[in-house]
Design a protein around this ligand. Structure first.
Ligand SMILES: Cc1ncc(COP(=O)(O)O)c(C=O)c1O
Length: 389
């Protein structure tokens, strides 16, 4: 077996080389706390980059989703519409709040919340007298959802949007950045994201009062009193000053990281996209995707090999790849909840899961490593996969 020693990861952390200077500065000032100048600066720099009035640095994107739902007053007995094709952290906080998710299918053009399925869900909810308390959109793999039709529907029914832009830092929708499209918006700085603080997240909004309230909850809900007094239940959700220091130099390089990931995607598409039955996640014309992960699809009508077979072959060569997210409505923990699709016979989120494979996409991926990945995939598909041969 042609086992390579150096493993190629899906999306490993990418340090700029300046993180240690920022960390040293944090140590020297002795701000070893979930407060401090790097946290303040990270929030300010991120809100300026995204184009929103306020930001709150948190210990994870999941914590940001949780506080977002709490700010929207989601509680027991409420329904929340949520994009089905996503990672479970988009939906879990609905359960933390004692509410009930209703999953919405994805659209073939964007791979994100399908406005036609959303409309069906709203019409039923209105008929049943149970409108959702919030709608969670996701900007999957770094591509924005199609916000104009989604927001038109949500505004019509008076329901706020919580944008899960965890994967989409640096992506755009029309003239706005992902992370600025909902009433409340979430970013993640988890280890595999386009910038990473090892773990971390942010909640962003133009509503400064909401962010102030979330800051209060995230810092153990301490009332302004000389002693520890609490008139509400709090959380310990703040990002440490050390981790904010790690994130700041990476944010400065966000544009070159997006360019690098887009270049990686283009190379995959050029090298593999001409093989019959091979396709790639499309880029919607309304904006710029950050191509956080490059996703290839294999049409079962044209190719005999499945994404999982390609994944196994890559693994034998010490290369990490990953199936497309298994939709939430198919997850054992969520299958009892509702699901809306505009196409009963052909749910797009199910098709994406069955046919898609995420390829190594990190901004540190070297050309020679990517060529190795391409060669292996190309060999598997050409030798074994093509149904005509
Ligand atoms: C779509 C999506 N939502 C939410 C999260 C949760 O973010 P975190 O890992 O920072 O809690 C992630 C990634 O981890 C994600 O990919």
């Amino acid at each position: 077996m042609n086992q390579h020693k150096t493993r190629i990861y899906l999306s490993p952390p990418h340090m700029t080389g300046r993180e240690m200077d920022f960390l040293k500065n944090a140590f020297d000032s002795n701000w070893i706390a979930p407060l401090g100048p790097h946290v303040d600066a990270f929030e300010k720099e991120m809100s300026e980059y995204i184009g929103v009035k306020a930001a709150l640095a948190l210990s994870s994107g999941t914590a940001a989703m949780h506080l977002g739902l709490k700010l929207l007053d989601v509680g027991p007995g409420d329904a929340v519409f949520c994009s089905s094709l996503t990672f479970s952290a988009s939906a879990n906080p609905i359960i933390y709040q004692g509410a009930e998710p209703v999953f919405i299918d994805a659209d073939v053009k964007t791979w994100n919340m399908c406005p036609r399925a959303l409309k069906l869900a709203f019409e039923d909810a209105e008929k049943n007298g149970r409108l959702p308390k919030a709608v969670i959109t996701v900007d999957l793999y770094g591509q924005s959802a199609d916000y104009d039709p989604i927001l038109e529907l949500c505004n019509h029914y008076g329901v706020p949007v919580l944008e899960d832009a965890a994967e989409a830092l640096g992506a755009t929708y029309k003239n706005k950045k992902c992370g600025a499209l909902g009433k409340l918006n979430v970013l993640s700085f988890n280890g595999n994201k386009i910038i990473t603080t090892s773990g971390g997240g942010m909640l962003l909004s133009d509503d400064e009062d909401m962010i102030a309230k979330a800051r209060f909850w995230a810092t153990q809900a301490r009332d302004p009193a000389p002693w520890y007094q609490h008139s509400d239940i709090g959380y310990n959700y703040r990002l440490s000053n050390l981790l904010a220091a790690v994130g700041r130099p990476q944010l400065e390089e966000i544009e070159s990281r997006v360019a690098k990931r887009r270049q990686i995607f283009d190379r995959y598409r050029e090298a593999l996209g001409t093989i019959p039955g091979v396709d790639f996640m499309p880029e919607a014309s309304f904006g710029r995707a950050n191509r956080w992960l490059s996703v290839m699809t294999l049409d079962p009508e044209a190719i005999d090999i499945k994404p999982l077979d390609v994944m196994k072959t890559l693994e034998k060569h010490n290369i990490e790849s990953r199936p497309v997210w298994k939709p939430m409505h198919l997850q054992p923990v969520f299958e009892k909840y509702g699901f809306y699709t505009a196409d009963e016979d052909n749910s797009f989120s199910e098709r994406a899961f069955e046919t898609g494979l995420c390829l190594p996409s990190g901004s540190t991926l070297e050309l020679s490593a990517q060529e190795r990945v391409i060669e292996i995939i190309s060999d598997v598909l050409k030798k074994k996969g093509n149904k005509q041969s």
